[in-house]
Design a protein around this ligand. Structure first.
Ligand SMILES: [Zn+2]
Length: 426
């Protein structure tokens, strides 16, 4: 410590940082002052008791380097001449640290006016020059308890922002990242993406989940509206840059999503406005389209989004299908379907109608139970309890043998699903 302090000019804050790893509940300015106080008392003691061997030259250098008044006064008391040179720059921070902290806090507060957030995280960007200089000194003097300036800056700026705004620091999932650019001395605010967990209901047909286009000379819409488009007003509401719908699976365009609704995570990218009551959000969403409704559950996070995607194929589903048979169906035939499909594994190749758009694979899905009710002799209503990911229209038609067993296969008739609703996604 003594060689380092006698060889370089170091500001009080940076002196404290040399031993930042020692003592809790202290800040580096207090540590710095304590070190210089101790050195002052030490030299006074040595000079008073003349038996001690005194390294007076080192102490004089420390006094001149740190400009620490009590040490200067003490040495002067014993008649030592000192050269006091003002305006020296700290070898670590260029005597900029206090100014930088104030500057970054002021800039951050200004930038934070654009955001309504609860939590934040301070991050630092720099070219690495400062770190290289610090590391060289740390290595040369074998400093064990040193803390990088970058860390102190982050902590002190964060502490002040929290005191002045009431925002809470959060290292895991902050609402905003306050990015300090050490080279340009500027502050950028990066709002994080915002996630809302909920469910959607589609009470009409011919609505896709996301915008569905096709191209010949130009792009055209295949269906007039999508669930994701109902979310567009959220961009303005949350002052975000984009909105995205993440759903646990999907139903066909002509299939309704009733009952429990389908679990979704709504993602608003880079949302500046983060404190909106979900009931207000729900009201706005539900006014977008007469056939699309949302139930919002809670603000959520990226983890929930991942869980939603992973668990989606494992979920159980209940469907209601209206089935047409070209020849009349008897009560026995209907009962035979109910009896056959009890925890039966269905082997299913990707249906012909979607094979161009989706991977052509073979799935195995369980049909747990089927209930049938004759509406008239060509028309049957069926409730199907099955594993997620089963193509139900093909369970009924058999898709030319690509789904087996199927209702058509069991009865030896060409059955067709003419209306389908999802009643439950667990
Ligand atoms: Zn310094």
């Amino acid at each position: 410590m003594i060689p380092l302090l006698s060889e370089h000019f170091i500001c009080i804050r940076c002196i404290g940082r040399l031993l930042a790893g020692l003592g809790t509940g202290l800040d580096n300015r207090i540590r710095g002052e304590a070190i210089l106080t101790l050195l002052t008392m030490n030299i006074d003691y040595s000079l008073k008791s003349e038996t001690e061997k005194v390294e007076i030259q080192s102490y004089k250098k420390i006094a001149e380097n740190t400009l620490y008044k009590p040490l200067l006064e003490t040495l002067k008391k014993y008649g030592h001449e000192l050269t006091v040179e003002e305006n020296k720059k700290c070898v670590f921070c260029g005597s900029n640290l206090d100014r930088l902290i104030d500057h970054f806090v002021k800039e951050s507060l200004e930038r934070l006016k654009e955001v309504s957030a609860n939590t934040f995280l301070v991050a630092i960007k720099h070219s690495g020059k400062i770190i290289a200089r610090e590391e060289e000194i740390v290595r040369r003097y074998k400093l064990k308890y040193y803390e990088l300036m970058e860390r102190e800056l982050k902590r002190e700026v964060g502490k002040k922002i929290s005191e002045l705004t009431g925002l809470q620091p959060d290292f895991q999932k902050p609402d905003v990242i306050i990015l300090l650019d050490l080279d340009a001395e500027t502050v950028n605010i990066k709002p994080m993406n915002l996630y809302i967990l909920g469910r959607y209901f589609k009470v009409g047909r011919n609505i896709s989940q996301i915008k569905w286009m096709y191209k010949n000379d130009h792009y055209h819409r295949r269906v007039s509206f999508s669930i994701e488009e109902a979310l567009i007003p959220l961009i303005k509401m949350f002052k975000g840059s984009k909105v995205k719908l993440h759903a646990a699976g999907r139903e066909d365009v002509d299939v309704r999503m009733l009952g429990t609704g389908r679990p979704v995570v709504i993602e608003v990218k880079e949302a500046l406005n983060r404190n909106i009551n979900l009931e207000d959000v729900e009201r706005v969403l539900n006014a977008q389209h007469p056939y699309i409704k949302f139930k919002l559950i809670e603000y959520s996070d990226k983890k929930t989004l991942r869980k939603l995607k992973i668990e989606s194929p494992m979920k159980s589903k209940i469907y209601r299908a209206l089935i047409y048979s070209p020849s009349k169906l008897s009560a026995e035939e209907v009962r035979s379907i109910e009896e056959y499909f009890r925890n039966v594994t269905v082997v299913q190749r990707t249906p012909k109608r979607v094979r161009r758009r989706r991977a052509d694979i073979v799935r195995r899905k369980i049909v747990h139970e089927v209930k049938m009710r004759i509406v008239d002799h060509n028309l049957v209503e069926s409730v199907i309890y099955c594993q997620g990911g089963l193509y139900v229209k093909e369970l009924i038609s058999g898709d030319g043998g690509d789904t087996s067993p199927s209702f058509s296969e069991i009865l030896g008739k060409d059955l067709e699903c003419i209306e389908l609703d999802v009643l439950l996604v667990s």
